[in-house]
Design a binder for this molecule. Sequence first.
Ligand SMILES: Nc1nc2c(ncn2[C@@H]2O[C@H](COP(=O)(O)OP(=O)(O)OP(=O)(O)O)[C@@H](O)[C@H]2O)c(=O)[nH]1
Ligand SMILES: [Mg+2]
Length: 384
Amino acid sequence: MRVFMIGYGQAGGRVADTFLEFAKRTGQNFVIRALSINTARSDLMGLKNIPMEDRLLVGELLTKGHGIGADNELGAKVATDDIYTIQSAIDKRGTHRVDAFLVIAGLGGGTGSGGAPVLARRLKKLYEEPVYGLGILPTKEEGSLYSLNAARSLVTFVNEVDNLFLFDNDAWKSGGETVKEAFVDINEEIVRRFGILFGAGEANEVGQMVVDAAEVMNTLKGGEISAVGYAAEEVGSEGMFKKFFGKKGTTLDRMDSVTRIPSLTRRAVAGRLTISCDPSTAERALIIAAGPPKELSRKGMEKSKGRIEEMIRGTEVRGGDFPVVRSQYVSTVVLFSGVSDIPRIKELQGIGAEAQAKLEEVSSEKEKGYKELLDTNDSIKPLF
Ligand SMILES: Nc1nc2c(ncn2[C@@H]2O[C@H](COP(=O)(O)OP(=O)(O)OP(=O)(O)O)[C@@H](O)[C@H]2O)c(=O)[nH]1
Ligand SMILES: [Mg+2]
């Protein structure tokens, strides 16, 4: 699938930047263009792979390029005020070869959480191609304001896009690293999964039953929220086999390649998903097996599809290959589209509602104080 990516805010920009790096490193061409939009000039300057001319500063009149500090409403206002600048920046870069748009943002801050839904709505008005969102949820440690922002942004974002992929930083953070190092690792994890999903339809090599972009898009159609699972295994083991058995592997290798895909699919589903959820609630699913074509067994894929069909609520399960001749790994990516009852969303909404109530209390206290002040002022007799 040829994707026009827009990274909105710092997280969005960094993830889009990592996508570009991944595409270059692996020789994939699924990123048609990657644009980064931010209210903070320094965040834009910190990117490595997105060309300078594709970094767009917005809200300059309001923020002078210094960002807007986790204010979700202000983030939405900036995007609304500057929507024509953003729109023409996208249009100028050419959208005729594009299969889909992907708007990426961290939903806990201000710029991306407020801006991404506004942009998605505009893109849907302007183009016929689907608009997907990749929303990154904050960690619990980031506090209730971030949860409130995420809860607010989620409800609008999910309504403005054709499908919203969620990734939960909270489930992926690991202790002991600095935040910056942690983000580098997390962004790699994000890009590996979605890079296979979007790259699959654009494979440079031929194979038996190669996934095409339409299959990915049909799986995403009509689903509100999607989660993705992934597992990989090294297969460059022929040398080892020779070493142990003194000949090239035959029967055992073939057996391996038939059982490998179902076993990797099982691991992808049972392992950590991009957002923790119950896959059985999914309306549709897609399995992609990536790796050297001789390792991608058709039988193995059929078996895996059968298992996922039994698992999910819906009946549509697609599957196919992403041949990568030179790869040392076989991996599977499983996309669950239209998942529901996501505990983390309920949690964010709970924390968000509490934070909202507290905010209202504070502002009504302030108002009360102000009124009292006015009342007192009233009782002060004019001097003249
Ligand atoms: N996965 C990932 N998450 C990030 C990254 N950078 C920030 N985040 C998360 O994204 C959320 C929002 O932060 P930012 O993207 O920095 O916010 P912003 O959109 O720039 O908005 P401002 O509040 O205006 O700075 C937070 O929950 C962060 O934890 C990143 O590189 N990768
Ligand atoms: Mg920022």
